[in-house]
Design a protein around this ligand. Structure first.
Ligand code: MN
Length: 192
């Protein structure tokens, strides 16, 4: 197996009440695991087996792209949370958020709005371009800003499997509660 699912740096119940232990068990333990297992079985014995995950995402399509990108997106998603983490950005990232969105509160509002208005399954992203300018984008299904030459910093999963056990159809409430567990020190490190 080329790609190994990384162990989470927190207990399954550490993200509650924003995300319940049951959702972590199913989302990380079953959905994320299945994407990584399928990715590994698809690349075995092909030229993709010698590529990095980022390379595979940028050079594949169809079923391989879907599973590679979903593997990357889920690892990125779970590794941005830390319940005792920093609740607001600082330094260069805080300055860039104020510059490009007006304020941190305005940014959060726009980000939640992008998540609630994405039709169907997908991801909402905060990314930076090569000049450090920030963008909020929506990606349907397995979409990933790496394919648009952007550097991802933060993502909220808006597939129903990410929130349905805890919030049923209340996607907006799920998105709003995720701010409680995002560790902005991690997002700041991704930016710098
Ligand atoms: Mn998911």
């Amino acid at each position: 197996m080329k790609f190994i699912q990384p162990k989470l740096p927190f207990a399954p119940d550490a993200l509650a009440p924003a995300i319940s232990a049951r959702t972590v068990e199913v989302h990380y333990g079953k959905h994320e695991k299945a994407y990584i297992d399928t990715l590994n079985s698809l690349i075995e014995g092909t030229p993709f087996a010698d590529m990095s995950l980022e390379q595979i995402i940028c050079e594949s399509d169809g079923k391989l792209f879907n599973n590679a990108s979903q593997a990357w997106n889920h690892i990125f998603y779970f590794f941005q949370f830390f319940p005792e983490g920093c609740k607001a950005p600082s330094g260069k990232l805080a300055e860039a958020i104020d510059r490009d969105f007006g304020s941190f509160d305005e940014f959060k509002k726009k980000f939640e709005e992008a998540g609630t208005t994405l039709f169907g399954s997908g991801w909402v992203w905060l990314s930076a371009d090569t000049d450090g300018r920030l963008f909020i984008t929506q990606g349907g299904n397995a979409g990933n800003p790496l394919t648009e030459n952007l550097r991802p910093l933060l993502t909220f999963d808006v597939w129903e499997h990410a929130y349905y056990l805890d919030y049923e159809n209340r996607r907006a409430e799920y998105l709003h509660n995720l701010w409680e567990i995002v560790d902005w020190d991690i997002i700041g490190m991704r930016y710098e």
